[in-house]
Design a binder for this molecule. Sequence first.
Ligand code: FES
Length: 168
Amino acid sequence: MFYEDHKQQIDELISRYPNPRGACLPLLWLAQDKYGYLTDDAMEEIAEILDLALNDLEGVASFYTMYFRRPVGRHLIWVCRTLSCSMLGSGKLLDHLKEKLGVEVGETTPDGRFTLLTQECLAACGEGPVIQVDDKYHTHMTIEKVDALIEELSRDLVDAPVEEDRIA
Ligand code: FES
């Protein structure tokens, strides 16, 4: 139960806003942080807590690319595909990542470790091509740097069990 398990955090987030509905995005973020994605149960509870129609909440969750309604990999890799990064070679990096990970954009590797995504301008155009991994930017990326990054992330995960419910 989302509310029962995180009552203190949820109440604190709601208390920051004059209208409880102002806490919509933070509550979605909290649920995603706890479960890895926005589960149906969490969505229903958030809608109830904020007195929102579930369809309206679904509309919010689907509008923002940072929210996921299905399981994703442990690491999210976002490749910027907008003009500056594109001119600096982000397309080649994306192709390389597809081949290296064996997935298409939007897919998760079979071991549940990586989900490959694209993103519009990540607002670091002067430092492209830019790749975001989870909440960290990696700038001036090259194929060699991408390989090193994947290797480093894979090493981090060698001893960590993959959570089955996070595999897409
Ligand atoms: S175009 Fe890639 S960060 Fe702006």
